[in-house]
Design a protein around this ligand. Structure first.
Ligand code: LRH
Length: 483
């Protein structure tokens, strides 16, 4: 068997990671080799990612891996947050820094587009949770603003692969989150492109998760470790990768992929896009092995992270674990927060936004000073747990599953206070999965592609991925610290 190492790149809206999987006496060992912070910034009146910083950080991660893995690197795969994209010119060079999906230009675009194609029709075609952050509204807003189109746009993980030498593609799990892919044909919806007046020629070809897209080329390929290194599109959507990183079998479990967002739902073989699921705006995103990630985006750690940033600017640097510990000790404030209030998805002034909602609902505003932070934290965690329970109740209804178990994965799965509240609110048996579940799923898909069946759209493929994930969850636990 090929004993070379594998690399998984996971792009996060708060931090990006490069991890290395090596076979030590035949056993997999995973090390997080390089990690760097990420955050959008306001430039020229738009909220954008610092793309030069991100790509330089990823290149550095690859160089660090090459220095460690003298056995050579067999493959590299990239996953990341969905919906954002970069426009490239004829030779693949980015035209500008990509927008962050929280940029407010889509507020108007959403309204205007819904006049051309109704939300109902959009749901019928795509089965996707209508969210203003979705690529469709962003592309439409760009067109309205007269921005240059370029030759093509690529979602960010796929762009990173193409930058390293891969063919430009749209991997299916990320593509579904654009809200431009037909639920059943799995191809771009001509109707949506037409109605939104977008050029289909600028959209890359859709490929399934686990597609080899080429070989590493360019300066990095000169490093001895990178001889014949294959580039793989895993499940490029980080959430689909995170779900693939849950090695559970059976039909009685749900998931929360818990990070900046909390994705709350269950894996299905077939989509649910009837009137009720559409009305409640559940999503049917592509999953590994041809299935469906049936879930809802719940505003997650964004709430607490934004508060922390605000208090830090006022001179008190709370860490998340500190806040969790403090929140656990106090009584929950009166009244729960509607965590999915559109206003709370925006950047900045989070304690003030939360208080504005409280006042609207007739609750007393909370003390906004940094010393009172635990009260906000307590409110946020109790409100999240209540929201999870509500959504999971509907997940059970729509899926027809008798839910017994709940797997919480991702960075925030380490928040045991929130886990306890969630277990109490849902009545489900809660299992803490891997905090690096996207990386686990990314590696698992790579192994399934390299060692197994070449047909990535079957249940058999999903089973293989699940078996590898089982090994890799443990490999990560026993390797270098990840926190
Ligand atoms: C999580 C995530 C989520 C999307 C959002 C844009 O990182 O990919 O699944 O809805 O970011």
């Amino acid at each position: 068997k090929d004993k070379r190492a594998l690399i998984a790149v996971d792009l996060g809206a708060e931090s990006c990671r490069v991890s290395l999987l090596r076979w030590m006496s035949g056993k997999p060992e995973i090390t997080l080799v390089h990690r760097f912070g990420n955050t959008p910034r306001e430039v020229d009146g738009g909220l954008r990612w610092d793309f030069a910083m991100i790509t330089a950080g990823l290149d550095e991660g690859l160089r660090k891996c090459a220095a460690i893995a003298d056995e050579g690197v067999r493959s590299i795969a990239v996953d990341g947050w969905a919906v954002d994209y970069v426009r490239v010119d004829a030779d693949g060079t980015p035209l500008a820094d990509p927008f962050c999906y929280r940029d407010e230009r889509t507020i108007k675009a959403e309204r205007s587009l819904h006049r051309k194609i109704s939300p109902d029709r959009m749901r019928e075609l795509t089965g996707i949770q209508l969210l203003r952050i979705n690529t469709l509204y962003q592309l439409y807003a760009d067109a309205q603003d007269g921005l240059p189109e370029g030759r093509q746009w690529l979602n960010l993980p796929e762009y990173v692969l193409s930058r390293w030498g891969g063919a430009p593609v749209a991997e299916h799990t990320t593509a579904t989150h654009t809200q431009m892919v037909e639920l059943y044909s799995r191809q771009w919806s001509r109707e949506i492109f037409q109605e939104a007046q977008l050029d289909l020629a600028c959209a890359p070809k859709i490929v399934p998760p686990g597609t080899e897209v080429g070989r590493l080329r360019g300066p990095l390929a000169e490093l001895p470790a990178f001889r014949d290194t294959v580039l793989i599109a895993p499940a490029c959507h980080d959430t689909a990768s995170a779900i693939a990183g849950i090695p559970a079998t059976g039909n009685d479990w749900a998931y929360i992929s818990s990070g900046t967002w909390s994705l709350v739902g269950t894996l299905l073989e077939q989509p649910r896009n009837g009137a009720a699921a559409a009305e409640e705006n559940f999503t049917n995103l592509g999953a590994v092995g041809g299935g469906i990630c049936f879930h809802k985006n719940v505003n997650g750690m964004w709430l607490i992270r934004q508060c922390i940033d605000q208090w830090a600017a006022q001179g008190r640097a709370w860490t998340a674990p500190e806040l969790v510990a403090a929140a656990e000790k106090i009584d929950k404030p009166h009244g729960l927060l509607d965590v999915d209030d559109p206003d709370l998805l925006l950047a900045g002034r989070m304690p003030q936004r939360i208080n504005a909602q409280r006042v609207r609902k007739g609750f007393d505003p909370l003390d906004e000073s940094p010393s009172a932070a635990p009260v906000f934290a307590s409110l946020i965690f109790h409100s999240l747990a209540a929201r999870y329970a509500k959504v999971l109740d509907r997940v059970a209804f729509h899926s027809g599953k008798k839910l017994k178990r709940l797997f919480v994965v991702g960075g925030a799965s380490q928040n045991d206070f929130l886990n306890r509240l969630t277990a109490e609110a849902t009545g489900l048996e809660l299992f803490r999965g891997s905090p690096e579940s996207s990386t686990v799923g990314n590696f698992a898909v790579q192994m399934a592609v390299l060692e197994g069946t070449r047909d990535p759209v079957t249940g058999a493929y999903a089973e293989q991925v699940s078996r590898w994930a089982g090994q890799f969850v443990a490999a990560l636990e026993h390797a270098a610290p990840v926190a």
